[in-house]
Write a protein that binds this ligand. Structure first.
Ligand code: RP5
Length: 183
């Protein structure tokens, strides 16, 4: 069964089966084109694990109506986890989480005067009731957001579970094989 296929069905009238491996399971949204250099590491990691994704530039501040539309249709389009990356006054993940009950993972991005600490505080300090899972600032956060999305999807998708376990195994083997670098 290809990754992206799921036997699970939605509740209610909008029952729909995802039927091919191109169905995006992860929505990757970022506030600006300037975020892509970092956020591409999330999509590259999803690619390595064979997980379909829908990556978009949508700003909570500059294009709020488009954001609402994208979030509002996400579940029906097959999206199961959303990764939101933004810098500066990073409201993107919080607004996304306010509009959906899908899991939202946040990646604080550098580039502003406070180099990501501003975005980190904005994303991590969500008020109770609207959870956002905030990862590390920058590239590590982008990669870990993709891996965390994979581990969430793996709970109900055996192919993703296998791909994620394989990634972890290879990483461990690489770690064991590592030797002290030569100067
Ligand atoms: C945020 O403002 C974006 O996520 C980006 O990190 C930052 C700067 O955006 P640009 O001015 O580069 O478009 O909303």
């Amino acid at each position: 069964m290809p990754v992206g296929f799921t036997k699970h069905f939605e509740h209610g009238a909008l029952k729909k089966k995802m039927s091919d491996n191109t169905t995006p399971l992860v929505g990757v949204v970022m506030g600006s084109q300037s975020d892509w250099a970092t956020m591409k590491h999330a999509t590259l990691t999803l690619d390595k694990l064979g997980i379909g994704h829908d990556a978009r530039v949508i700003s909570a501040h500059r294009t709020p109506d488009l954001l609402e539309e994208w979030i509002g249709s996400a579940r029906d389009r097959g999206i199961r986890v959303i990764i939101a990356g933004a810098g500066m006054a990073a409201h993107l993940a919080g607004v996304t989480a306010a509009k959906t009950s899908l899991p939202v993972l946040a990646v604080p991005l550098g580039g502003g005067a406070l180099d990501g600490v501003d975005a980190l505080y904005a994303m991590v300090q969500m008020p109770k009731g609207i959870p956002v899972g905030t990862l590390a600032i920058g590239k590590s956060g982008a990669i870990n957001a993709a891996l965390l999305a994979a581990s969430i999807l793996a709970l109900s998708n055996p192919e993703i579970a296998e791909a994620y376990e394989e990634f972890r195994k290879e990483q461990t083997e690489q770690g064991v094989a590592n030797s002290i670098p030569k100067d």
